[in-house]
Design a protein around this ligand. Structure first.
Ligand SMILES: Nc1nc2c(ncn2[C@@H]2O[C@H](COP(=O)(O)OP(=O)(O)OP(=O)(O)O)[C@@H](O)[C@H]2O)c(=O)[nH]1
Length: 360
């Protein structure tokens, strides 16, 4: 067993993709997986909602079993144990991965994830290579109440990927740079669209420095907790952090009845500002043979027709993530229920009545 901060010699490198809801983490993940990396990669995808949409959007992986789904919570806090279990299982496979990519949920605080991999038994098996934060150039200043979390995600990353620059004017890039300069002495940043970043600066870069953990706000992680009762505790720092299930709320919707694509588009545009993210697969009347992918980030609604249902029963599955009191389940259900297509009206000929057909 290794007793220092150094990972075990056979430790598998792991990269964490973090960034606020909808910033473009899955897009970047897919870009990496489709690249010429030549590695046997295992992917862990964490969606905060109860339905893991992202795991199904992952492409370029050899077998389905290489994408591990961590849904219904956040791996930095309330489903942290699920992350440990998933990594343990992946590492126990006869064909061990050569690399692990972890897409954190959009509400995750990456320092909590880093702490997980600093645990003594993890350090022997996993070498945290890098924590990258995808920043949404268009929406970075949206949802100001979430700025503290967005800042924590940025602060803890060793590379910032300023994504969606195609959607903004140069002045916005200038504003973002000024905003970062005001808050950080030093940061590495690449600008891109659709996660188009060279693999060489993404994988096996060895940028993560465990000393970053020392800088975690003392309010939340105050050294080894005096009230720790675990005598076998291997945590160098104890983890007393907000449970994101208390800060965010999530809502989901499933139906096999076909929806009207145009009605869904209108419904998505009407979502309240308290909903930061909405996404899903749609079974629509317009495209009955193919799933339609719904993506809502802030006020931007994107609808794309997917490939095929892959033998699955066509079904709509929609997830919304919002502020703590931001997802009104009844109102959301009503909004999407209205997208159901009315069964075609059957105009049966009126029964022959003596009045209508009276023959003189
Ligand atoms: N125009 C544009 N759209 C982008 C870009 N990157 C991602 N998108 C779109 O933004 C939406 C969200 O992208 P995702 O990659 O799913 O974002 P995410 O960070 O994985 O989202 P969560 O996992 O829900 O937090 C999708 O509709 C993407 O196609 C970009 O650079 N430009």
């Amino acid at each position: 067993m290794t007793s220092t901060n150094q990972p075990g010699t056979n430790a598998v490198p792991l990269t964490v993709l973090t960034g606020f809801l909808g910033a473009g983490k899955t897009t970047l993940l897919n870009r990496i997986l489709s690249g010429d990396h030549g590695l046997r990669v295992a992917v862990l995808v964490n969606d905060f909602g109860s339905i893991n949409i992202d795991a199904e959007l992952v492409v370029g992986i050899e077998s389905d079993g290489d994408v591990i789904n961590l849904a219904n919570g956040c791996v930095c806090c309330n489903i942290r144990e699920d992350l440990v279990t998933a990594v343990t299982q992946v590492m126990a496979r006869p064909e061990q991965p050569e690399y692990i990519l972890l897409e954190a949920s959009g509400v995750a605080d990456p320092s909590g994830i880093a702490l997980t991999f600093m645990d003594e038994d993890m350090r022997d098996r996993i070498r945290l290579d890098s924590i990258m934060c995808v920043v949404d150039a268009e929406q970075i200043f949206a949802a100001p109440e979430m700025m503290e979390l967005k800042l924590r995600q940025v602060a803890f990353a060793d590379l910032l990927i300023l994504n969606k620059v195609d959607l903004v004017a140069p002045e916005q890039i200038g504003r973002i740079k000024a905003w970062l300069d005001d808050r950080f002495h030093r940061y590495r940043l690449v600008r891109t669209s659709l996660g188009n970043v060279p693999l060489e600066i993404l994988l096996s870069v060895g940028r993560f420095d465990p000393l970053q953990l020392e800088a975690i706000s003392p309010i939340e992680d105050s050294g080894h907790s005096p009230d720790c009762r675990d005598h076998n505790c291997g945590h160098r720092l104890h983890y007393h952090r907000q449970d994101h299930a208390q800060v965010f709320s999530t809502w989901s919707y499933e139906t096999t009845e076909p929806l009207s694509l145009e009605a869904v588009r209108e419904a998505a545009q009407k979502l309240p500002a308290s909903i930061y993210r909405c996404k899903g697969f749609l079974h629509t009347v317009e495209e009955p043979g193919r799933p339609v992918i719904l993506q809502v980030v802030g006020k931007r609604v994107d609808i794309v027709v997917g490939d095929e249902w892959n033998g699955r029963e066509p079904q709509s599955r929609i997830v919304a993530i919002g502020a703590h009191d931001g997802t009104d389940a009844a109102a959301l259900r009503q909004l999407f229920d209205r997208c159901h297509v009315e069964p075609p009206q059957v105009f049966a000929p009126p029964a022959a009545s003596s009045r209508m057909f009276a023959l003189s």
